[in-house]
Ligand binder design. Structure first.
Ligand code: SAH
Ligand code: SF4
Length: 399
């Protein structure tokens, strides 16, 4: 272990707490929780299931933002609901639209109460010819400290609630006019894919991420298929199998190094869950097959992990795992100690991997113009912009 790796904490303790608003939102509750909440506001037991189904439809198929829109629910019931609960999503404080159609929203979330700054996360939509991908965050900041990632340097950490995670998808559908009965009556939605590649380590917020993704993939609601949802993790081994069993989405692993010594430094969580255990968890990932490959993300760091010897070792390591590889050009940030590999070297690396049978596209990131304009937003946001750029690069290469 290098001295710098030894001095880096493996993980931070979440510093901030979540204080729910006085009138909580129904967004993010499971069907069972929704029934319970209806019970709390006085709905009689025999009616709860049917009412919950109605609400589910209004919230997740129609995108209703107010109980007043729910015309097949009695007036009295709508008034009772409005008195106690809402269907609010996170507040949009800024929207940026890039020349290439990429959109980015800055969302404000409730802070932990007095004296704490409002929490903010970003959510990015990237349209392509055959799909539209939404990059969603799971935490404010990140519990982990990867040495090449700007988000990891952020002190402020809070887990998002399931409602705040689903809320990002709702906001995007609102802003894109992407609900079923709006501008595209033929049923073609703009958002077809979700990547959990925004801020945060999703597997350190497992329950909320699971609950949120089950809602997002529910056929009677938002209805985005699990095969079109990719969760990226830096390698929280105990929750990898649970991801397959309990969520059933596609998996991406932030690998970035092929030797423990280097990975300990780049992704300090490796000291807790080393490569051997991580790759075994990938071999055992429920549902992985040649048709459902695991994506391995590999950030290209000049003279650190980009040699042909690394490429050779990478191919060896992934033997037997249905895998694809995403090479991500490193995004430097103020104070970062790495440089992006030379383009030449990225091509050589990519070619080696290609010749070994893996497709390894390196694509140009989207939405650069608006991302560059991030500095005009608040400082927290500026930090996130680097994060977003990484996510854009990584996600543009995920099926
Ligand atoms: N925390 C999760 C999910 C979000 S990160 C994870 O680490 O997997 C999305 C991808 O961007 C990860 O592969 C991450 O390692 C990568 N990334 C982070 N900082 C980067 C940077 N400065 N340049 C390029 N990629 C970066
Ligand atoms: Fe967290 Fe992922 Fe950044 Fe590592 S790369 S600090 S896990 S967001």
């Amino acid at each position: 272990m290098t001295p710098s790796a030894a001095s880096t904490l493996v993980e931070k303790t979440p510093l901030e707490t979540y204080v729910p608003p006085a009138k909580p939102s129904l967004i993010g509750l499971s069907r069972a929780e929704l029934c319970d909440r209806l019970g709390d506001v006085g709905v009689a037991p025999p009616q709860r299931k049917m009412r919950a189904q109605q609400l589910w439809h209004w919230m997740y198929v129609r995108g209703a933002r107010d109980f007043a829109e729910m015309t097949n629910v009695s007036k009295e019931m709508r008034a009772t609901l409005a008195e106690h609960v809402t269907v609010d999503r996170p507040e949009v404080v800024a929207e940026q639209i890039s020349a290439d159609g990429t959109r980015k929203w800055l969302l404000r979330l409730p802070s932990g109460g007095d004296g704490q700054k409002a929490h903010e996360v970003e959510c990015v939509y990237i349209p392509e010819t055959d799909r539209g991908t939404l990059c969603v965050s799971s935490q404010v900041g990140c519990t982990l400290n990867c040495s090449f990632c700007h988000t990891g340097t952020q002190r402020l950490v809070r887990n998002l609630t399931a409602g705040e995670i689903v809320g990002q998808v709702m906001v995007a559908r609102d802003r894109l006019n992407d609900w079923i009965d709006r501008e595209t009556p033929n049923g073609n939605r703009l958002i077809t894919n979700i990547v959990m590649m925004g801020m945060g380590e999703p597997l350190y917020n497992f329950d909320a991420v699971r609950d949120a993704l089950l809602i997002v993939s529910d056929n009677e609601g938002i209805g985005i298929s699990r095969r079109r949802i990719t969760l990226s993790t830096s390698g929280v081994v105990p929750n990898i199998k649970r991801t397959g069993d309990e969520i059933g989405v596609m998996l991406a692993i932030s690998l970035h190094a092929v030797r423990d010594e280097l990975r300990d430094e780049l992704v300090p969580l490796n000291r807790k869950y080393p490569l051997k255990e991580l790759l075994q968890a990938c071999r055992d990932y429920p549902g992985a097959s040649n048709a459902r490959r695991i994506t391995f993300e590999y950030v290209m760091l000049k003279d650190v992990n980009d040699s042909l010897d690394d490429a050779r070792k990478l191919v060896q390591l992934l033997k037997g795992i249905p895998a694809k590889i995403n090479l991500i050009p490193f995004n430097p940030w103020p104070g970062s100690k790495y440089e992006c590999s030379d383009w030449d070297q990225i091509e050589k690396f990519s070619e080696y991997i290609f010749n070994a049978g893996y497709s390894s596209p390196v694509r140009t990131p989207r939405g650069r113009d608006i991302l560059a304009a991030c500095g005009q937003l608040k400082s927290e946001t500026e930090k996130l912009s680097v994060r977003e750029r990484n996510a854009l690069r990584a996600m543009a290469m995920t099926d």
